[in-house]
Design a binder for this molecule. Structure first.
Ligand code: PHE
Length: 516
């Protein structure tokens, strides 16, 4: 391939990446606007189905406005997909074995939501308002690894991300810098501009004379730098070796770090994402009835009636002026109702993400001690997909890694294994990157969201057509029933979506009550 062809192709592929991200629903419009509702004497009774973040936030805001809220929650805990696994956490997946977490005190795994992008205003707003301390969630780390299983001289071994990043930046900057003066390519640039662009590319790629990339100190050194005299850094990998080893596969691309929702800085609550749930419970926890499984929802001539199974297995009835249904669509699908056909079709047909995670407790933080990895993510084309290093507890003795976080068929393959086999496979694959797994492992807790009762999916995974056909109906009231949850927003798979939706329905209900 000539350089010109390469450049033409790479600009093509940037377009293709954008199109793919758009199709996957990873490019979102801006969040909703102002929320400045005034308290009046006109209020009402609101029944909220589900005490996940959307339900909790809706109750919190409605109570501020003087409404009387009741929350029905099917589980014995609030929070929904905000779920932190700690010592003693129990879960039995659908068709699965009972699992009990044996993590040490102070160690945890955020099984659901784990990271907060810096521009998710509402997630940060509620942490601020509820006084939840935040710390950095390290989403990228040049000291972590890529591991490409397959053919090629660089395959089947952990490669420091900093080495690949330096080399790829170097080679692509070299190609671009050398191509700038080629016929036609410089047509858009004055020679002064071209020189400035080349100077930038030199800095970007750490190029030397003749705009060549010859390796870089950015790749790091093979020894502790400081006491020893400076040596030349290890030589760059050859570009064909990188390519042939599969390290340009999308599994390793920069896209993750460059995308709007994953750019640094990301944040996490100190002590686990469930701190957020606990804080909401302090405000509205007394309004929650647990182990209340919603079975039927009916719009009445005025108001709404809901039938639920209570903690002794009996059916109970409850009525209210309005209802906010935050049930994930796979759960709404099972509910009997007189809701519109449009709503029922949305519940039936919007696909949900299959995704899973495993927490692996190790008796030694070898990733920190031996590899100098403090937080961040290693990536691989193996089924585990990625390994997350904890962004808390640095230099402590023990720690919990996220041994996999995967999607689609990789998540399904893991989900279909027994708990013991999930652990075995996570250790076998991850052990190729970290041989220390073999001697340092203590215990694990794994989950597959599509098998977790009362969720049955990671998040609404809208394709373009679903967005057109099913999404709009979820934004409107069906009689006295409103719908909230991440699936009723463009911020799917994010807490900010749950919050946006809670505010939308609170506003809709309040405006309707005032107009009555
Ligand atoms: N919010 C989820 C996460 O942070 C899922 C997600 C991943 C959504 C990547 C968009 C992009 O893992």
């Amino acid at each position: 391939m000539t350089r010109r062809e390469f450049i033409n192709q790479s600009s093509l592929s940037i377009g293709a990446v954008y199109a793919a991200l758009n199709a996957w629903g990873f490019i979102y419009p801006a969040p909703a606007g102002a929320f400045d509702l005034q308290k009046t004497d006109k209020t009402g009774k609101v029944l909220i189905l589900g005490a996940g973040l959307a339900g909790l936030a809706a109750a919190y805001e409605l109570e501020k406005l003087g409404y009387q809220c009741t929350l029905l929650e099917a589980r014995t805990r609030a929070g929904g997909r905000i779920w932190t696994i700690r010592e003693g956490t129990q879960e039995t997946e659908i068709g699965g074995e009972k699992q009990i977490a044996h993590f040490d005190k102070g160690l945890y795994l955020n099984a659901g939501a784990a990271r907060i992008p810096n521009h998710h205003e509402l997630s940060i707003h509620y942490c601020r308002e509820l006084k939840i301390p935040l710390e950095v969630f390290i989403n990228m780390n040049e000291a972590a690894y890529f591991y490409a299983e397959g053919q090629g001289t660089l395959a089947n071994q952990p490669i420091k991300i900093r080495q690949l990043h330096a080399d790829l930046r170097g080679y692509t900057a070299e190609l671009a810098a050398k191509a700038i003066h080629a016929e036609n390519l410089d047509a858009e640039l004055s020679s002064e501009d071209a020189e400035k662009l080349i100077a930038y590319l030199k800095a970007e790629g750490d190029l030397v004379k003749n705009n060549q990339y010859q390796g870089s100190e950015r790749r790091g050194y093979g020894f502790a730098f400081g006491a020893t005299a400076a040596e030349a850094p290890a030589p760059a990998f050859a570009l064909p070796d990188i390519i042939k080893s599969g390290l340009l596969h999308p599994a390793f691309s920069n896209v993750g770090e460059y995308t709007y929702h994953q750019q640094p800085t990301l944040l996490q609550p100190v002590g686990g994402m469930d701190r957020l749930v606990e804080a909401f419970k302090e405000k509205v926890g007394h309004l929650i009835t647990y182990q209340a499984e919603v079975k039927e929802i009916y719009n009445l001539e005025s108001g709404v009636k809901v039938l639920f199974q209570n903690n002794s297995g009996k059916t109970q009835e409850i009525t209210a002026d309005y209802c906010i249904c935050t049930l994930p669509l796979p759960m709404l699908k099972k509910v009997k109702s007189n809701l519109s056909g449009d709503i029922q079709r949305a519940a039936d047909f919007v696909p949900y993400m299959k995704t899973g995670k495993i927490g692996l407790q190790f008796k030694r933080r070898f990733w920190e001690e031996d590899d100098g990895i403090f937080g961040g993510i290693s990536k691989t084309n193996m089924d585990i997909t990625q390994i997350f290093y904890p962004s808390y507890g640095f230099t402590n003795s023990k720690g919990i890694l996220k041994g996999y976080y995967n999607f689609h068929e990789r998540a399904v393959r893991f989900a279909d294994l027994s708990l013991a086999d999930r652990e075995k496979q996570a250790l076998a694959e991850g052990g190729k990157i970290h041989p220390q797994y073999a001697t340092e492992f203590e215990n694990s807790f794994s989950l597959a969201w599509h098998k977790i009762p009362f969720s049955e999916g990671g998040w609404a995974d809208y394709k373009a057509n679903d967005r057109k056909l099913y999404f709009p109906t979820l934004l409107k009231a069906d009689g006295a029933v409103y719908f909230a949850g991440e699936h009723t927003t463009y911020l799917n798979a994010w807490m900010a979506g749950a919050f946006e939706s809670a505010r939308r329905v609170v506003k809709q209900i309040h405006e309707r009550v005032q107009a009555d």
